[in-house]
Design a protein. Structure first.
Length: 162
């Protein structure tokens, strides 16, 4: 096979794709997408009115899971700084900006199921820690970052659904 054909064949496996999208529940003009268009999976804010897709995360190990607040103002994901899936939920403005830790006083946990109400004011998620699973509720409105409230604890796997 000539070198040129070999490179075309390899390019098929390097194609940049959007892996998934999720619209904001209360503002259907905004959504997030996960794409590998930079070569590593990252989250993108997607303005459905203009079609603009702008990168919201830029983490060396990538960011392949996350969500958008119900009001479309925030993109949320677990910031696992070591790439080991242990960290904290953070949020960045839809337009981009610095991440804000939503649970600064908790030990590192793993989670992938944060949901917000359509107004983007309240959220719930499951934190998996050494002592089991805890469903936590927290404010994601103007006073975000306050202490999360335990809503349910279990030694068995549990999750929240949006």
């Amino acid at each position: 096979m000539p070198d040129r054909d070999q490179e075309r064949w390899k390019d098929r496996f390097r194609a940049r794709v959007v892996w998934w999208t999720r619209p904001a529940g209360g503002d259907r003009r905004r959504a997030i997408a996960m794409s590998n268009r930079t070569g590593v999976g990252q989250l993108y804010g997607w303005d459905l009115m203009t079609g603009d897709l702008h990168q919201a995360t830029d983490r060396p190990a990538g960011t392949v899971t996350g969500t958008i607040s119900g009001d479309g103002r925030w993109i949320l994901y677990v910031d696992d700084r070591k790439g080991d899936e242990l960290g904290h939920w953070v949020r960045v403005p839809f337009e981009g900006g610095k991440p804000q830790d939503l649970t600064p006083n908790l030990p590192p946990y793993t989670s992938d199921d944060l949901v917000t109400d359509d107004d983007g004011v309240r959220a719930a998620f499951t934190a998996a820690m050494d002592d089991g699973f805890t469903v936590l509720g927290l404010s994601t409105g103007p006073d975000a970052g306050g202490e999360p409230r335990p809503l349910y604890r279990s030694r068995s796997l549990c999750s929240v659904e949006g």
